[in-house]
Ligand binder design. Structure first.
Ligand code: MLT
Length: 411
């Protein structure tokens, strides 16, 4: 008899951003007069850079002629893109990386959700708290998270990141096998400085753990001193104990186009069933070539154009515009007397709710009184309670209007 995967039955409610969207839809129906402004989900609003559009047109034309038409591509990505990534994202920053260590995909969300398949169900998983929910939910669906206890999973190791520890996770009492780190952080918008990241790499090396490092927001780092790493592979030794996920979504406006990559250096190995070490990139290749047919050719050409001199200049301008929003949101919120974090090297601003209000309560208050959407911190984990997240990805006009509506609330 067919039976459902029991781990799905144990999942609480819907995916965070789906829950938010449902509440916003209901509000829109009841209050159609005041247009909703969303600074909730981190979706980009500025158009693709012109260099990307040109590359897309050219690639589309190539598909129109038999001589240049492309069918199935290599599952791991075309060499032209893997080479461009290795050169610009790694070697230009002094990190040795081979193009063959780079695996192109249609999104970091899928990669960070899928990679847990490579590990035994007995592996202990640690996540920073608050956390991007995909790491948690994908492990819960697989049966690695234990039981949902109301605000957390029984078998996950939570690494609180709060004002008390300056949003830098401490090493846990129980040693994990897999550690998810995301920096610049979603949702808090905070960063890990070089020493703190080096300490985590050292910890992983000492304990035989693997770090899954989500660097989807690295392009937003404004640091000129070089103290905030763009890649975990800037830390010596990380190439044996870390995997890195990067994306064109937020960097270059690809949330609708879809292109990302996961870097798994050849030196990363984990023990197999008989104890002999297996190269993780071989397992990932095996998985991807079985379950995935690769990111579309035209999209990979578009991603390649991000690295052209014009592409780089255009992307920098877009990011600067979002970061100007971030600065305005920060100062507007601070001006209202609320504590806020992030928004300096990241497009997210993490705000303490007023008067100890719960984060869903504050979300509902903003939505009902001002038609403004944020993301409730509690949706990101137990340490997110008492906070909400605003994104800087809105348009300049929406950001201005959102700040005006917030002021009118007189919190
Ligand atoms: C977010 O709002 O956290 C992001 O949009 C989520 C994502 O990139 O999937």
């Amino acid at each position: 008899m067919i039976r459902s995967n029991e781990h799905y039955a144990g999942l609480p409610g819907a995916y965070l951003f789906a829950t938010v969207a449902a509440r916003v839809r209901a509000h829109r129906e009841q209050h159609p007069a005041l247009p909703v402004i969303s600074l909730g989900i981190g979706d980009v609003t500025r158009p693709l850079p012109p260099a990307v559009i040109t590359a897309l047109h050219t690639a589309v034309d190539e598909m129109a002629s038999a001589a240049s038409f492309k069918g199935y591509g290599p599952e791991q990505g075309y060499d032209f893109l893997r080479e461009a990534i290795a050169a610009h994202d790694y070697r230009a920053r002094g990190v040795q990386m081979d193009a063959s260590d780079i695996f192109v995909s249609d999104g970091s969300k899928c990669d960070v959700a899928n990679i847990q398949e490579l590990f035994s169900l007995s592996c202990r998983v640690a996540v920073t708290d608050p956390v991007y929910p995909v790491y948690v939910d994908s492990n819960a669906m697989a049966g690695r998270a234990g039981r949902w206890t109301g605000d957390r999973w029984s078998d996950l190791i939570y690494l609180p990141c709060t004002e008390a520890n300056d949003f830098v996770p401490d090493f846990p009492a129980a040693v994990p096998d897999i550690i998810y780190l995301c920096y610049p952080n979603n949702p808090t918008g905070t960063v890990l400085h070089r020493d703190a990241l080096a300490a985590w790499v050292d910890y992983a090396r000492r304990h035989g753990a693997l770090i899954i490092y989500d660097a989807a927001y690295e392009a937003f780092i404004r640091d000129t001193e070089g103290d905030v790493p763009h890649s975990i592979f800037e830390i010596p030794g990380a190439e044996e104990v870390a995997v890195e996920c990067r994306s064109f979504s937020k960097t270059a406006g690809f949330t609708g186009l879809r292109c990302a990559f996961t870097t798994i250096p050849a030196a990363v190995t984990i023990p197999g069933p008989d104890g002999a070490r297996i190269r993780l990139q071989d397992m990932w290749k095996r998985r991807q070539s079985t379950k995935y047919n690769g990111c579309p050719y035209i999209v990979q050409r578009a991603a390649e154009a991000v690295y052209s001199p014009e592409g780089q200049e255009q992307v920098r301008a877009t990011i600067a515009a979002y970061m100007a929003n971030a600065a305005r949101i920060r100062s507007g919120i601070e001006g209202m007397g609320l504590a806020c974090y992030g928004g300096i090297h990241a497009p997210y601003i993490w705000v303490r709710t007023p008067d100890g209000m719960g984060s869903w309560e504050f979300f509902d208050l903003l939505l009902s009184r001002t038609s403004l959407v944020c993301t409730p911190g509690a949706g990101f984990g137990p340490s997110g309670e008492g906070y909400v997240r605003f994104t800087a990805f809105g348009s300049e006009a929406d950001t201005t209007e959102a700040l005006e509506r917030l002021q009118e609330l007189r919190l």
